[in-house]
Design a protein around this ligand. Structure first.
Ligand code: GPP
Ligand code: MG
Length: 287
């Protein structure tokens, strides 16, 4: 079936694949995202890192779920903070792009930290509307704006961005196309950061667990090698690489023992522990 020319998203969504991804995120209301976001009003769409406080499982049954929700949210906030740590020397005069912004959590973290102007983009109109409402409620709608745009063809001016990040969103696009657009948008000396799950070339091709992750999210996890090949091909020179694989495991162990499971927890644990999948932070300079 060919969508009609005036279907919603025409011009932003350029393939049937992108439409299917947008449809997933437009209807997504997982408690593991909404309940965690309600803890402090910062809604993330990525996973957590760091040691978990397992004592949250002890104590009164009636408040256990709330303690687990807070702890999972703390670990997700630690991940967002780590990404923000790598964004470089930013201030109120700078403009930055959150590519694949979800419900906006990471954009607010960066704005609070640096005072910079943030544009967040998503191909989910529901996410964009949600995030703009968050910006309004926080009183930062002038400085933090969310747009229904495609990260492969953003429409923002060349050289306009001092930093760009993808927090777990690169697996929805071809990296050659993504990094070409990032190289166009970043000013010389600007910073690119991604936190991503990638499959491990040293293990081989994608394991069953990695394939399950792809099927679950309708995504396409790339091999580690492709990141470095395509960064180098697009004037993005790595300045730091952090293997967060071990730091990612406690989050998934705790999430697997919570009431908020989505069914993908065992696949992540198997993929990380079996060595087929890695959770990496990569920071690069635009030269
Ligand atoms: C996080 O979003 C996950 C993705 C955007 C895609 C896959 C990421 C990999 C690293 C493979 P989420 O917080 O909405 O997911 P969930 O609903 O499972 O918490
Ligand atoms: Mg989540």
């Amino acid at each position: 079936m060919t969508p009609s020319q005036d279907a919603p998203g025409t011009g932003v969504l350029t393939s049937r694949y992108q439409r299917s991804v947008a449809a997933y995120w437009n209807q997504e209301k997982n408690p593991v995202n909404l309940r965690l976001g309600e803890v402090d009003g910062t809604y993330h769409h990525h996973y957590g890192i760091g040691q978990a406080d397992w004592s949250v499982l002890d104590g009164p049954e009636s408040s256990r779920e709330e303690r687990v929700v807070r702890e999972l949210h703390r670990l997700e906030c630690a991940q967002a903070d780590l990404l923000a740590d790598h964004l470089g020397d930013l201030g109120p005069g700078h403009r930055v792009l959150d590519a694949g912004c979800g419900r906006g959590g990471g954009s607010f973290v960066a704005h609070q930290r640096y005072g910079c102007r943030v544009d967040g983009i998503s191909i989910s109109e529901s996410q964009v509307a949600f995030a703009n409402e968050q910006a309004r409620q926080r009183g930062v709608a002038q400085e933090v704006r969310f747009h229904f745009r495609n990260m492969l063809d953003t429409g923002f001016p060349a050289g306009s961005m001092s930093a760009i990040w993808n927090n777990e969103s690169t697996m929805y696009v071809e990296l050659a196309l993504l990094f070409a657009e990032h190289a166009r948008l970043l000013r010389r000396g600007g910073r690119y950061v991604t936190i991503t799950g990638c499959y491990n070339d040293a293990y081989g091709l994608p394991s069953r667990a990695v394939s399950e992750i792809n099927a679950h999210y309708i995504c396409h996890v790339h091999p580690r090698s492709t990141y470095f090949k395509e960064l180098a091909a697009h004037r993005l020179v790595p300045v730091g690489v952090v293997d967060l694989t071990a730091a990612a495991i406690p989050y998934w162990e705790l999430r697997g023992r919570s009431a908020l499971t989505t069914g993908i927890e065992d696949a992540f644990l198997e993929a990380y522990k079996g060595g087929s999948f890695q959770y990496l932070l990569i920071a690069a300079d635009r030269v």
